[in-house]
Design a protein around this ligand. Sequence first.
Ligand code: MG
Length: 162
Amino acid sequence: MISKKMEKIMNEQINKEMYSAYFYLSMATDLREKYFDGFAHFFEHQAQEEMEHAMKFYEYVNEQGGRIILEAIEKPQTSFKDVEEIFDLSLKHEKFVTQSINDIYALAVKENDFASMQMLDWFIKEQIEEEGNMDKALHMVRMAAKAPHAMMMLDAQFGKRE
Ligand code: MG
């Protein structure tokens, strides 16, 4: 069993993960419109991953006898200046999510909730990866932004994400 506080914060996290999916899908749509199909593919894949993150919390709360309450998902930004802005916002967003996961972990520690700590360990590792990937991508995009052919090559490379 999880506490009411843990149930509430995990419900909020489900909403944040769903919002992340929305946000990345919104970026993908904008990129498709600009014919950056590779970057769009990358963000469509990213959006799917965020849905999986939401489901991990969904399943865990259910498993622990908690109740899922789905709230409205905030409307994401729908248009973006350029590819650099998209990756810049993505990195900032992942840092926000990391902080959010850390806050849940802190609650688990406070409550001696070892089951939740173990469940959250996966997310702690995942966030290291998410931030690292976005940081690297932003650096590459910044370099490529100076030369159109470099940007096109990078777009093709991002299109290969499995
Ligand atoms: Mg996530």
